[in-house]
Design a protein around this ligand. Structure first.
Ligand SMILES: [Ca+2]
Length: 408
C-alpha cells in the first residue's frame, strides 16, 4: 500500500486487509485490557496510524516533547517546529544553520528531565565539513516557544569524515545522564576501524553528565579501558540512528543500521555494565562481519535481526519505543520499530527477559519513508515519514468484530 493509498482512506492511514471495512479508531468504544481474549491476543490488534501533521514540514526526522503538551518536530534542514493544539506554530522554535549533504543535518533534540525548571535542551547537528556538534541551548526570556541562539554552548564536536553514518540520537537515561549515538564515520565497512577503536568517538554511544554543569563532565563509571575517549559508554556501532529508553524500566533499545546483510536492534537492560561492545565491524547483526579490525569479544548480540535478503526483509532499521501510554493498555510494553528503506513497521513482544518475538504489520509505507518514531509527554507514540507527515499511533479492539491487522 502506498502513502497515497493510505491517505485516500478517508484521511486515515490504516494497516488492514484491502477488503476489510475501516473502523473509526478515535470514536470506537475501547474495551478494558482484561476483556481481550487469548484468541484475540493471538490474532493481533488493530493498529492505525492517524496523520496529525500533513503539511508544513520539510524532511522531518524526529519528534519529541518537553514534558508538556507540545510536540517538537525536527527537520533535517535545521528547523525545529512546535505542534500544539492541532497546528504547527507559524514561527519555528529553532532555526539552526547546518550542513545537509547525504545524512547530515539537524538530527535530534533532547530536553533535560527537569526541563520545566532548568529550561535547558540539547541539539545534535552537523556543521562545516560535517563536524558533529552537540550543543546546549535555552529559550528566549519570556517566550517558551523560541529558542535563544545567544544561549548556545557547544559541548562537544567530533570530526566526521563522510556524509553518511552520523548517528544523531540524544536521550536522557534513568541516570539523568545524556546519551548520544555517533556513527562510525561513514562510507562502508568502517575502513579505518573507528567503531572498534575506543580512543575514537565514532561508532559509539557517548554518555555525558550535563545537568547542572557549565558544559559537561564525564561520569566516572564510563571508564573501562585505558586510553579510551572518556565520553565512551558503549562501542562497536555502525550507525545507531534511533534509540530509546523504556520510560518505565529504563531499558535501552538501540537500532543500528546494517552494512550489506543485517539490520539489528540491541537491548540493554537497566543496570547493565558500561563498556558494552556491540560488535561492528567484526559482527553485523547476528552474523560474522568483517575481519579488517581488531577482534575484541565478547560482543553484545542483537535481540532482533532482519536480513537484507530473506524472511522479513529490512534494509535500514529505524529504532522505536516501548509503548507506555495510557490510551491502549493492550499495547503496554510492546516495542515498535520500523524500517526506513522498506517502509515496514513491526511490534516486538518481550516473551522472556531479553527474548523478543516480532510481528510485522500487514501493510507498508513507501520506500525510504519512516525516518523516526517519537514519544509525547504522556507516552503516546508517533511515527515520522520524512516525506512530511507525522502520524499518531492509534489502536482498537472492537469487541464485537475483532479484526486482526497484524500478521505473524
Ligand atoms: Ca551489533
Amino acid at each position: 500500500m502506498t502513502a497515497a493509498t493510505l491517505l485516500a482512506l478517508g484521511g486515515v492511514a490504516a494497516w488492514m486487509p484491502a477488503q476489510a471495512a475501516l473502523p473509526e479508531p478515535a470514536e470506537s468504544p475501547v474495551p478494558a485490557a482484561d476483556s481481550v481474549t487469548a484468541a484475540q491476543a493471538a490474532a493481533g490488534v488493530g493498529i492505525v496510524f492517524t496523520p496529525i501533521i500533513t503539511s508544513g514540514l520539510t524532511l522531518p526526522l524526529f519528534v519529541t516533547h518537553a514534558g508538556d503538551d507540545r510536540l517538537f518536530v525536527v527537520e533535517k534542514g535545521g528547523k525545529i517546529k512546535i505542534f500544539e493544539n492541532g497546528a504547527l506554530r507559524p514561527v519555528p522554535f529553532l532555526t539552526q544553520t547546518v550542513t545537509t549533504g547525504s545524512e547530515r543535518g539537524l538530527l535530534s533534540i533532547a530536553f533535560e528531565p527537569a526541563y520545566a525548571s532548568t529550561g535547558r535542551f540539547y541539539v545534535y547537528w552537523t556543521g562545516t565539513s560535517g563536524l558533529v556538534n552537540i550543543t546546549r541551548m535555552g529559550v528566549q526570556p519570556g517566550d517558551p516557544n523560541q529558542a535563544d541562539p545567544a544561549s548556545a554552548a557547544t559541548l562537544l564536536t567530533i570530526t566526521h569524515p563522510a556524509g553518511n553514518h552520523n548517528g544523531g540520537w540524544l536521550g536522557f537515561g534513568p541516570d539523568q545522564l545524556l546519551y548520544a549515538s555517533v556513527g562510525d564515520g561513514g562510507t562502508q565497512e568502517d575502513p579505518t576501524c573507528q567503531a572498534q577503536n575506543t580512543a575514537s568517538r565514532l561508532g559509539k554511544i557517548l554518555r555525558l553528565d550535563v545537568v547542572g554543569q557549565i558544559t559537561y563532565t564525564v561520569p566516572v563509571t564510563n571508564s573501562f579501558v585505558v586510553g579510551q575517549a572518556p565520553e565512551v559508554w558503549g562501542w562497536g556501532l555502525r550507525n545507531p540512528w534511533r534509540n530509546s529508553f523504556d520510560r518505565q524500566t529504563g531499558d535501552l533499545y538501540v537500532g543500528d543500521v546494517g552494512n550489506g546483510a543485517w539490520e539489528e536492534i540491541s537491548y540493554v537492560p537497566a543496570g547493565s555494565a558500561t563498556g558494552l561492545n556491540f560488535g561492528w565491524n567484526r559482527r553485523e547483526g547476528p552474523a560474522a562481519g568483517y575481519t579488517t579490525c581488531a577482534d575484541t569479544p565478547p560482543y553484545v548480540s542483537p535481540v532482533i535481526s532482519h536480513s537484507h535478503s530473506s524472511g522479513q526483509i529490512a534494509t535500514s532499521i529505524t529504532g522505536g519505543y516501548v509503548y507506555r501510554g495510557a490510551k491502549y493498555p493492550w499495547l503496554q510494553g510492546k516495542y515498535f520499530y520500523a524500517d526506513y528503506g522498506q517502509g515496514k513497521v513491526w511490534i516486538a513482544t518481550q516473551t522472556s527477559p531479553g527474548v523478543f518475538s516480532t510481528a510485522q504489520l500487514t501493510s507498508t509505507f513507501g520506500f525510504n519513508s519512516l525516518s523516526s518514531w517519537g514519544e509525547d509527554a504522556a507516552g503516546e507514540l508517533y511515527l515520522v515519514n520524512i516525506n512530511g507527515t507525522v502520524y499518531r499511533l492509534d489502536s482498537f479492539l472492537p469487541a464485537s468484530a475483532f479484526i486482526p491487522l497484524v500478521t505473524r
